[in-house]
Design a protein around this ligand. Structure first.
Ligand code: ADP
Ligand code: MG
Length: 247
């Protein structure tokens, strides 16, 4: 795209929490597999944005993360790239339970159909040519096609909260193989009234306990309610905030 990311270079970054790993300077020096770096470069990304410089090594080091950065600053790749790297580096067999109940290893929840599709398309781009299966679930359209894709098994599921629970309630998706949970646009999900759904997913009887999975929250703003949710959903997490320096 024609976006000029140089404008982000003068932005202050605040990192809070115990022992944060060093930020990366380039995709090539991030310890990502060559396959992933090749897909990044093929996408036309030359250097990481500030949130990517910090979030990529944090997620690769196994930590939980609350990340706050403005819209358009590259948060999608900040979580997709390190997760795809982990799924390929330390790959686990895809499990499909009884009656075709899928057990995704990554659940990404986002508030709208448009955002969900954007994340799905980015994930397919970055995983292109790999064994990773990626599925999508959003409302306002027939369940059938999405359900067929899900029941063939998926490593990564990108979903809106409502449609996710439609599948979970029908025993088509369960959470026992989850390695990562991502709450994208957490502030918008809160505003749109999706927190009870998110809560239901986090408390689901099949959900892997918080110590045995990584939980990542991304948001454009960081109001008190989001701080409170981060404290409840995340464990020993790092907080990264990218903000414009005044003047
Ligand atoms: P956010 O989620 O923070 O609103 P996105 O992840 O949607 O931002 O990214 C905004 C745009 O910038 C997208 O078109 C994306 O492909 C592009 N982009 C993200 N990271 C980079 C990068 N490192 N270099 C070039 N373009 C990027
Ligand atoms: Mg986003």
């Amino acid at each position: 795209s024609g976006i000029n990311f140089d404008k982000f270079d003068c932005i202050a970054v605040k990192v809070t929490g115990e022992n944060p790993p060093r930020a990366i300077d380039s995709f090539e020096s991030a310890n990502l597999r060559k396959f992933v770096v090749d897909n990044i470069l093929r996408s036309g990304y030359k250097k990481p944005t500030p949130i990517q410089k910090h979030a990529i090594p944090i997620i690769m080091s196994g930590r939980d993360l609350m990340a706050c950065a403005q819209t358009g600053s590259g948060k999608t790749a900040a979580f997709l790239l390190p997760m795809i790297n982990v799924l390929l580096q330390d790959s686990r067999d895809l499990v499909i339970g009884e009656n075709g109940c899928a057990q995704p290893q990554v659940i990404i929840v986002s508030p709208t159909r448009e955002l969900t599709l954007q994340i799905f398309n980015e994930a397919r781009k970055f995983a292109h040519g790999s064994i990773l299966k990626i599925a999508v679930a959003y409302g306002g359209t027939a369940v059938r096609h999405q359900g067929d894709q899900i029941s063939r098994g998926c490593h990564i599921l990108v979903a809106t909260p409502g449609r996710l629970h439609d599948f979970v309630d029908r025993n088509r998706i369960s959470f026992e193989s989850v390695r990562f949970v991502v709450l994208d646009e957490a502030d918008r999900m809160l505003d749109m009234g999706f927190m009870p759904s998110v809560e239901k997913m986090m408390q689901h009887p099949t959900m892997v306990p918080s110590g045995d999975r990584q939980t990542l929250m991304f948001s454009a703003t960081f109001p008190e309610d989001i701080q409170h949710l981060a404290g409840r959903f995340l464990s020993n997490y790092l907080f990264v905030a990218v903000g414009i320096v005044g003047g």
